[in-house]
Ligand binder design. Structure first.
Ligand code: OFO
Length: 173
């Protein structure tokens, strides 16, 4: 496998792994605040990011490279508010999108069209995740400090986590 592409893919492994840890920390924080639906949604999101990492690891190894499993970095323990959590999540997703775009660029420069094709899955995934984070943030802004609204919001996220679960299990096969 092209050395430059392999290095960029391994850097992406780090990013997906750290996304998983970051969302796991958010989920745990939400759970301690009684936001169980939000916690469930974020736990699931964390699992998805781990799956994104695993997909890269397998691809690198199958193509004759060597995947490097990164060390676990400590994510934040406390968050200012739920809105802050989703602001950070969107910010994080935007950074991951930039990194995927640069990976696409490297594939084209190195004429590695197989990896370029593989990476397209991540391009679409980032589009969806950014849109979802924006929608959630908009809802939180609408709710403001309303406790009833927050209750409904948490329940909605719980329902969306339940609906999305079977698809994710299929993805992991
Ligand atoms: Fe891995 O999909 Fe977002 O970060």
């Amino acid at each position: 496998m092209n050395a430059r592409v392999e290095k960029a893919l391994n850097e992406q492994v780090i990013k997906e792994g750290s996304s998983s840890q970051f969302y796991l920390a958010m989920a745990s924080w939400a759970e301690t605040k009684g936001l169980n639906g939000t916690a469930q949604f974020l736990y699931q999101h964390s699992d998805e990011e781990r799956f994104h990492m695993l997909k890269l690891v397998k691809f690198i190894n199958e193509r004759g490279g060597q995947a490097i499993i990164p060390a676990v970095e400590q994510p934040p323990v406390e968050f200012e508010s739920l809105e802050h959590v989703f602001e950070l999540l969107l910010e994080h997703e935007l950074a991951v999108t930039a990194s995927i775009n640069s990976l696409v660029d490297i594939c084209l420069q190195e004429k590695d069209y197989t990896t370029h094709n593989f990476v397209q899955w991540y391009v679409s995934e980032q589009l969806e995740e950014e849109a979802l984070a924006r929608t959630i943030l908009d809802k939180l802004k609408l709710i403001g400090g309303d406790k009833g609204g927050m209750y409904m919001f948490d329940r909605d996220l719980e329902n969306s986590a339940i609906t999305a679960a079977p698809a994710n299990q299929d993805q992991a096969k």
